[in-house]
Design a protein around this ligand. Structure first.
Ligand SMILES: Cc1cc2nc3c(=O)[nH]c(=O)nc-3n(C[C@H](O)[C@H](O)[C@H](O)COP(=O)(O)OP(=O)(O)OC[C@H]3O[C@@H](n4cnc5c(N)ncnc54)[C@H](O)[C@@H]3O)c2cc1C
Length: 449
């Protein structure tokens, strides 16, 4: 079967490899560098920068543990070099995997589709390929507030923020979502005075309130200013600076800053020239898809940010695997958006999965955990959400949170009962014990609390 995949991000390249593993004759079309947003201007560079600034973020903590000497400073050029190397290695890794799985790669822009033929252009070169089944994974683009022009000089999107060689003195970040909080963490440690303006009542409006408030407190104590309930009305470029105007509780405020980062979210990269000829249904929120990533066209699937359901890399990849299984009539469960973990890689991290509202909740603090105490960490907690004696959701706020959330995902997805979960032995001393103890707490049987 001839499979075409448009877009080589974590949705598209994973779908292509999985289709090849099932025996498909697969062609991947990518107009930019392999890896899409995730590898080039998203997950990988942000995490490379966050890793670089981690010692700075934790400096005062290690001083308390006995570390002496002046606080080191960051060589931004070297940090960017490290980030670029991580990007380069990830791209090369994908290229290797495509070759290993005999996926053909066409560098170029898919610009039109007629029946079962895709037309591709690269520079003045034109080519076309035929397909039996098509997976569209053209990703997403940064959004802006209507009327505010993002010039990518003084008013920038996150991609530009990942390559600034001069660290600004002041930065206003519009949007306290995941990208806003991660960027604030990075720039704050690089010495920038960061102000976050968030329209809702809390940063990370979709996350558990206790966890979001804990993160907000932590960001503020590291020097980041956060204004919630703040609706930005204009961003005006002055000669040397940028003026941001917003209303907060019906009061007008303004601030002059060096740079504004627009981080209000992303929108699906809908390309009518590809979708309309096939009659594919979409709205501004994304392409309409079934839980098996089918569109209304029997031969076309749509995965990743383009369907606008859950704009994270791991979900794009999962959707790619489900679409591939469906095409090759392999058994697969549908995508469960309620079980896609959300992760904010700040210091400390905030992660969650499943329902964040339930009949009963139990919170177990890091301060009751031996490894946390040995590490000098007092802040942090796990909160479990219980319904009918079953774990239905979980939030971690604290160190190593992103590595532990899969314990909860596995338990919820497989409907493991609380009593079964409480029989699991966790290595001691580890942070993972907080998860085990939170389950025992839900059973009213916690030992250390
Ligand atoms: C700053 C930032 C940080 C992030 N951090 C994380 C994180 O830590 N964890 C996480 O899970 N997610 C993170 N994300 C989100 C993640 O990057 C996206 O959810 C993910 O990349 C979506 O994958 P995708 O395959 O759907 O689309 P993309 O990765 O956007 O890939 C789409 C690809 O399609 C190509 N394309 C588009 N149109 C055409 C065409 N006509 N012809 C050929 N090729 C085309 C594009 O060039 C692109 O390479 C982050 C995003 C940003 C912006």
């Amino acid at each position: 079967m001839k499979i075409a995949v448009i877009g080589g991000g974590p949705g598209g390249y994973v779908a292509a490899i999985r289709c090849a593993q099932y025996g498909g004759d697969v062609t991947l079309i990518e107009e930019g560098p392999l890896g899409g947003t995730c590898v080039n201007v998203g997950c990988i560079p942000t995490k490379a920068l966050l890793k670089g600034i981690e010692p700075l973020a934790q400096w005062s903590h290690f001083e308390k543990l006995g570390l002496e000497g002046p606080k080191p400073s960051m060589h931004v050029g070297k940090l960017l070099k490290h980030s670029n190397k991580a990007i380069q290695m990830s791209r090369q890794g994908i290229e290797y995997l495509l070759k290993k799985n005999s996926v053909s790669l066409i560098h170029g822009k898919a610009y039109a589709i007629k029946n079962h033929t895709i037309y591709i252009r690269e520079g003045d070169k034109e080519t076309s390929i035929e397909f039996d089944k098509l997976i569209v994974a053209t990703g997403s683009l940064s959004s802006s507030i209507p009327g505010i022009e993002v010039d990518q000089e003084k008013i920038i999107f996150s991609d530009k923020a990942l390559e600034l060689t001069e660290i600004p003195t002041n930065m206003v970040i519009i949007g306290g979502g995941v990208i806003g909080c991660e960027m604030a963490t990075i720039y704050n440690q690089l010495g920038t005075n960061v102000t976050i303006l968030e329209g809702q009542s809390q940063i990370l409006p979709c996350e558990d309130t206790d966890a979001a408030h804990a993160l907000q407190k932590s960001l503020q104590s590291s020097g980041i200013k956060i204004h919630c309930h703040s609706i930005v009305s204009s961003v005006i470029r002055e000669k040397e600076s940028v003026r941001v105007v917003w209303t907060q509780n019906q009061q007008s405020n303004s601030l002059d800053t060096d740079i504004v980062l627009m981080a209000i979210g992303r929108r699906p990269n809908i390309l009518p020239s590809l979708l309309d000829p096939l009659g594919i249904q979409y709205s501004h929120k994304g392409v309409l898809t079934s839980p098996y990533l089918e569109t209304n066209h029997p031969d076309v699937y749509c995965i990743g940010d383009l369907n606008g359901k859950w704009m994270l890399a791991h979900t794009a990849s999962r959707e790619g695997m489900i679409a591939a299984a469906r095409i090759f009539q392999k058994e697969t469960p549908p995508i469960q958006y309620g079980l896609q973990p959300s992760v904010v890689f700040t210091h400390p991290e905030l992660v969650g999965v499943g329902k964040r509202i339930a009949d009963k909740t139990f919170t177990y603090p890091y301060s009751a955990n031996g490894k946390a105490r040995a590490s000098g960490i007092r802040d942090g907690f796990v909160k479990v959400f219980i319904e009918d004696n079953q774990l239905v959701g979980c939030t971690f706020f604290g160190d190593h949170a992103s590595d532990m959330i899969s314990l909860a995902t596995m338990a919820i997805q497989n409907k493991i009962s609380l009593s079964e979960l409480s029989f699991i032995t966790y290595p001691h001393p580890t942070f993972s014990e907080v998860f085990g103890e939170s389950i025992e707490l839900a059973e009213n049987m916690a030992i250390h609390m």
